[in-house]
Design a binder for this molecule. Structure first.
Ligand SMILES: Cc1cc2nc3c(=O)[nH]c(=O)nc-3n(C[C@H](O)[C@H](O)[C@H](O)COP(=O)(O)OP(=O)(O)OC[C@H]3O[C@@H](n4cnc5c(N)ncnc54)[C@H](O)[C@@H]3O)c2cc1C
Ligand code: SF4
Length: 432
């Protein structure tokens, strides 16, 4: 059995079902069928919400709260404050300021869909830069899995453009779909940054505007899979919709037509193969044998009513336990750790080494009209500083060019706190 029906749980479930296993998923989100109307309800929630943030499409569920970007308050005396009523209570030096979604389909419901591969150097930072830890595997070990993931998600990109900073592909590999066309803004930036260089610690780096690999439908590449081609996956419940990205920049918080991949697509496949999803079930405890450490069951609270609070006075849930041959936690990195700690797991490493990509927004004024809100949220980035000897002192970073807003890239180096992580600088350009 699996806890969580996000992309991780969905892929595990689908692959196990493919091999003939019986699979049950416990999912905290509300019961929803796979009809398009059911998905469309999210749009109505979004329209009604005055605050337009990644989770404003997915109702706050008192039975399973989720973090919101509006939880993040001011910085006082150098310490990040969180607003009253925030889901998280964080006291550490580098608080998690992002979010995730506790609904069937998980966080891919509102992800942007950027599907970058890691660089070979990312796997041996300790050897190369004397920081962090080396991975026990390398880029080449992951290559076949990238290939599988790019098929499952349906990634649109051109291999020739993605082969930079040591990233390589198997001979004859092509992505399932050709790249999403770069926006007018991307083209302008390419023009404006031509011959521009960035100098840092006696090294010179060029600005190369490169298109972004994306989990959204473009034109299938006829060369895919040795000429077999690829069939884009449209909206669940209405597969004729979303066959191609319509370029209306609504990707976060929701793609209205599901041209952007979300885990509902994999979940539906899995359910067709016999996977059972029990929604409105919040896993609350992992039961295990103290002596052997073996997991013996998962306790969960099944709530009846979306609005019913799980309090002692208004207790409208029933507690149950499920037992299985194998257990998979796929409830999101933060919720997995929470569940293990709440269950009394003693391993000190639980919840440590959580990595995210801190984001610094930068705006600029363009000298001419550059046409905002055309294309998906982002179609290109400047990856030149994803690697370099400077990583001994500073985190690698990538500039993400945002089509969401109407532009100048201000190169700046990442602060020290994120030394082993990527920092993304989305840049929004506007014209007047
Ligand atoms: C705004 C935003 C944009 C992003 N854009 C990108 C991007 O462009 N590219 C990229 O690679 N990544 C992106 N990410 C990150 C990416 O979406 C997540 O890393 C990924 O979706 C996590 O998948 P998951 O399956 O581990 O968890 P989730 O997708 O969060 O799924 C967890 C599931 O478990 C369920 N669950 C939680 N707790 C319980 C419980 N106690 N019991 C039962 N079920 C439970 C949840 O309801 C959910 O269905 C973005 C994230 C955000 C917030
Ligand atoms: S641009 Fe529009 S159609 Fe394309 S992925 Fe984003 S929201 Fe969907």
């Amino acid at each position: 059995m699996i806890v969580g029906a996000g992309i991780s749980g969905a892929i595990v479930a689908d692959q196990l079902a493919e091999k003939g296993h019986d699979v049950l998923i416990l999912e905290t989100g509300v019961k929803k069928d796979f009809s398009f109307e059911s998905y469309r309800d999210y749009l109505h929630t979004f329209y009604k919400n005055t605050v337009k943030i990644p989770n404003s499409t997915y109702p706050q569920n008192p039975n399973a709260p989720q973090p919101l970007v509006t939880d993040v308050g001011n910085i006082e005396d150098g310490i990040q404050q969180f607003n009253e009523g925030s889901y998280f209570k964080q006291y550490g030096p580098a608080p998690f300021q992002s979010t995730y979604t506790r609904a069937k389909g998980g966080t891919t419901l509102h992800w942007l869909g950027t599907c970058l591969r890691m660089l070979p150097t990312d796997f041996k930072e300790q050897d190369l830069f004397g920081i962090g830890k080396n991975w026990p595997i390398n880029y080449y070990d992951l290559m076949p899995y990238y290939r599988k993931a790019e098929l499952e998600i349906g990634v649109s990109a051109d291999v020739e453009e993605q082969a930079y900073l040591g990233v390589s592909f198997e001979e004859d590999y092509v992505f399932p779909m050709t790249k999403i066309p770069q926006s007018h803004l991307d083209k302008k930036l390419t023009e404006w940054t031509k011959n521009a260089v960035f100098e840092y610690k006696n090294e010179t780096y060029e600005y190369n505007v490169v298109s972004t690999p994306q989990g959204r439908n473009s034109n299938p590449n006829p060369k895919y899979n040795n000429g077999e081609g690829y069939q884009p996956v449209g909206a669940v419940g209405n597969p004729d919709l979303g066959q191609r990205c319509e370029g209306n920049s609504a990707c976060v918080p929701i793609c209205p037509v599901q041209a952007k991949y979300n885990a509902l697509k994999t979940l539906q496949k899995a359910v067709n193969k016999g996977v059972v999803i029990n929604a409105q079930c919040v896993a609350s405890e992992i039961q295990y044998d103290d002596k052997t450490g073996e997991v013996t069951g998962i306790k969960y609270k099944e709530y009846e009513d979306f609005d019913a609070l799980q309090s002692d006075e208004n207790c409208t849930y029933v507690e149950k336990t499920v037992k299985a041959k194998r257990y998979v936690l796929a409830a999101h990195a933060v919720e997995n750790a929470k569940l293990m700690l709440a269950s009394g797991f003693k391993n000190k490493n639980i919840g440590q080494n959580l990595m995210d990509h801190p984001v610094l927004l930068t705006w600029g004024l363009a000298p001419e009209k550059i046409g905002a809100f055309r294309g998906p949220g982002s179609t290109s980035g400047i990856p030149s500083l994803r690697d370099g000897i400077f990583r001994k002192d500073r985190s690698a970073f990538r500039v993400e060019i945002g089509n969401f807003k109407i532009v100048i890239v201000i190169p700046t180096v990442a602060p020290n706190y994120a030394i082993t992580q990527y920092v993304i600088f989305p840049c929004y350009f506007f014209s007047i």
